[in-house]
Design a protein around this ligand. Structure first.
Ligand code: SF4
Ligand code: SF4
Length: 228
C-alpha cells in the first residue's frame, strides 16, 4: 500500500485508533488531542530558533537590485524636449510643452554639451498611473529620464503624484509659449501670399501622352521572337 502524504508531501505516520469500549475511546481521544498539540508545538519551536525570513520594515530594508524598476525621474537640465518619451509612454501620463526661443534668445548649453534649442515649459508625469515599463528610459537619447531607487512615494491624494519637473512657473510657461506663437504668426504674415488657383479658372491645355502605334509595333517581337 502506497504511503499516505499530506498536501506538503510530508508522510502521514499517525493514524487515529478507535475502540468500541467508551473508556478506552475516551483515553484514545485525550491522547489524540495531546499528540496533535505536541506536533504543532514541535513546528513552532523549530521555527523559534531559526533565523527570521522577514525584516522589520521600515526600520530594516532588503537590498533591491540595481536594475529594479521603481520611480521615474527626470533630469530636466539634460532634457532636449524631443518628446520621444511622451510618444512612447503606453499609459499616456507624460505631458511635455515646449516652445522655441524667440529671435536673438540664447538658451545656453545643457550639461551634456548639447545646445538647448527649446524651452521645456512644462514636463509633468502622473506617477499614479505609471506602469513601470521603462520604455521612456529606453528611448531617451539624452539619459534625461530614468528610474531611481525609490518605491516609497505614497501621498494622501492622487493629485500630489502629478509632478512637474519643469523649472518654469505657470506664468513663465504661458509667456514663452505665447512669445513663440506670436513670432511664428509674424513670420507667416511676412511671407508673400501664394496665389490660389480657383476651380473656375481656365486650366492650361496639357496634351495627353499618345502612343505611336508604328513605333510600338516596331519594337515588339513577333510570335517567332524576332523584331520586325
Ligand atoms: S515607465 Fe512606462 S508608464 Fe511609466 S512613465 Fe515611463 S513609459 Fe510611461
Ligand atoms: S526622451 Fe529624454 S530628451 Fe526627449 S523629451 Fe523625453 S526626457 Fe526629454
Amino acid at each position: 500500500m502506497a504511503e499516505m502524504r499530506t498536501a506538503l508531501g510530508m508522510p502521514i505516520t499517525h493514524q487515529t485508533k478507535t475502540s468500541k469500549n467508551p473508556i478506552i475511546q475516551w483515553i484514545l481521544d485525550v491522547w489524540e488531542g495531546f499528540y496533535t498539540v505536541l506536533v504543532g508545538m514541535g513546528v513552532t519551536w523549530r521555527h523559534f530558533f531559526r533565523k527570521p525570513f522577514t525584516v522589520q520594515y521600515p526600520h530594516e530594508k532588503l537590498n533591491i537590485p540595481k536594475q529594479a524598476r521603481q520611480r521615474v525621474h527626470v533630469d530636466i537640465d539634460l532634457c532636449g524636449g524631443c518628446l520621444q518619451c511622451d510618444k512612447i509612454c503606453p499609459a499616456g501620463i507624460i505631458k511635455i510643452v515646449t516652445a522655441k526661443p524667440v529671435a536673438g534668445e540664447d538658451l545656453g548649453v545643457r550639461p551634456n554639451g548639447k545646445r538647448r534649442a527649446l524651452h521645456i515649459a512644462e514636463f509633468t508625469i502622473d506617477h499614479s498611473k505609471c506602469l513601470y515599463c521603462g520604455l521612456c528610459e529606453t528611448v531617451c537619447n539624452d539619459d534625461a529620464i530614468y528610474m531611481i531607487p525609490d518605491f516609497q512615494y505614497t501621498t494622501r491624494s492622487l493629485e500630489q503624484l502629478v509632478v512637474n519637473y519643469s523649472r518654469y512657473s505657470p506664468e513663465e510657461r504661458d509667456r514663452v509659449v505665447a512669445a513663440a506663437a506670436a513670432e511664428k504668426a509674424a513670420k507667416q504674415a511676412s511671407k508673400p501670399a501664394v496665389p490660389q488657383t480657383k476651380v473656375s479658372d481656365p486650366q492650361p491645355n496639357i496634351p495627353s501622352p499618345s502612343v505611336d502605334s508604328d513605333v510600338f509595333n516596331e519594337k515588339c517581337p513577333g510570335p517567332d521572337g524576332e523584331f520586325k
